[in-house]
Design a binder for this molecule. Sequence first.
Ligand code: ASP
Ligand code: MG
Length: 411
Amino acid sequence: MALIVQKFGGSSVADASKMLEVASRIAKTRKKGHQVVVVVSAPGDTTDDLIEMAHKITDSPNEREMDVLLATGEQQSIALLALAIQAAGCDSISFTGPQVGIVTDNVHTKARIVKVGDSTIRKALDNGKVVVVAGFQGMTRDNEITTLGRGGSDLTAVAIAAALKADVCEFYKDVDGVFTANPGMVKDAKKLSVISYDEMLEMASAGAQVLNARSVEFAKNFGIKIHVRPTFNEKEGTIVMQETKAMEKVVISGVTYNKNEAKITVRGVPDRPGIASILFSKLGKAGINVDMIIQNIGEKGHSDVSFTVDKSEFKKAMKVVGDAAKTLKPAGILSDEGIAKVSVVGVGMRSHSGVAANMFKALAEAGVNIEMISTSEIKISVVIDEKDVAKAVAAIHKKFNLGKKVAGVRG
Ligand code: ASP
Ligand code: MG
C-alpha cells in the first residue's frame, strides 16, 4: 500500500462531468488499497475570471483582497470533488489550505510555504478517507489568507507529499507528459519518459507550462518523485527524478519558449561601479523578478542595460525604472513587449560541446535574429521577436534531432 498525492489542474475539474471522471479515477486508486491525498486547482478558468473581475473594478487591486478572492476558486473544486468521490463510492473529505495547516509568509499573491501540518490529513487518511486539499492557498501566522502565485497548486501538492513522506506525487495534466517541444507547435515532438529535476526546473523557468518551477525545486530538495501523467487516459507519463548517467548521454532534452516576458532597456547610464546595483536593488525591493540581463560595452563613459521581466510585472517594473531614473539620469528608457525567449535544456550540455553553436546555426538558417543570449550550466536561452517563435522552435527541434526516439529517455 502506497501513499499517493494526486494533483489535478483546473482543466481536469472544469465542469461536473469532468469532476465525475476524475473522481472515478481517484476511486480506482483508492480501491487498490492506496492512501490518496488529492490536491486540486480552481475549476477551468475560474482564477482568470476572478482576476478579470477585480480588474474591472480597479486597475491595481489590493493584494490582500485578491488573495481572499482567488482562494475561493479552489474552495469550489475541493467540495465538488469530494462530493464526486463520495458518489464514486469512496469516503472523502475536503479541506482548505488553512484547515490543513499550510502556513505561509505574508507576501500576498506570491506567498511562500513555511510549514505544512500533517496531522489533520493523516487522521482523515487513517479513517479511510480520500483527502481533498485546496491547492494554491495558505494562511499566515496572523490568520491572513494567502495564495502562492499562479500555478501554485503544484507547490501545494509537492509540499504535502514532502510533509507526508508520500511515495509519489502524481500530476494529472491534459497532456501526456513532458515533451521535447510543445506538440501543438512541433508535430514530431516526443514524450520524455524521464527527466531530471534540474532539467524540469530549467524548462519550467524557460516557459514550459507543465509544472511550476518552485514546485520542482521543492521536489528536488525533498527527493519527491513526480509523475506527470494524462488525466483522461491510463498511459504512463514522464517521471521527474534524480539525474542518472543515462540522461547525460542525450545532448538536449527539449526546447521551450516563453512569450510572457517584456524587455526594458535603460540607455546611456553612467558606466561606473554601483549603477547596476542601484537599478536592480530597486527592482528587487519592489519584488520584481528579473530574468535576463545584458549590459553592453561602455562608450564615452556610458552604457545601456537591458533586462527582461514577466509581462505581469512590466508596468510595475517601468514605474520602478522611472523612479530610478531620477538618480541614474539615463539618456532614455525603451521597452518592448513583443519579445519571446526560446531555450534549449539538457544535462547532456555539461559533457557535449558545440550546443550553443548548433542552436545559433539553426536560428540563422531560419532567418531569426537574436536580441539577447543567456546561459546556465544546462540551458541556453535567446530572446527573439515574438512573431518568430514557432519558426525558431521548429528549427532548433530539428537541428538537435529531438523528433528521434531515444530508448529509455524519449519515444
Ligand atoms: N488556480 C490557480 C491558478 O490558476 C492555481 C493553480 O491552478 O495552480 O493559477
Ligand atoms: Mg488554474
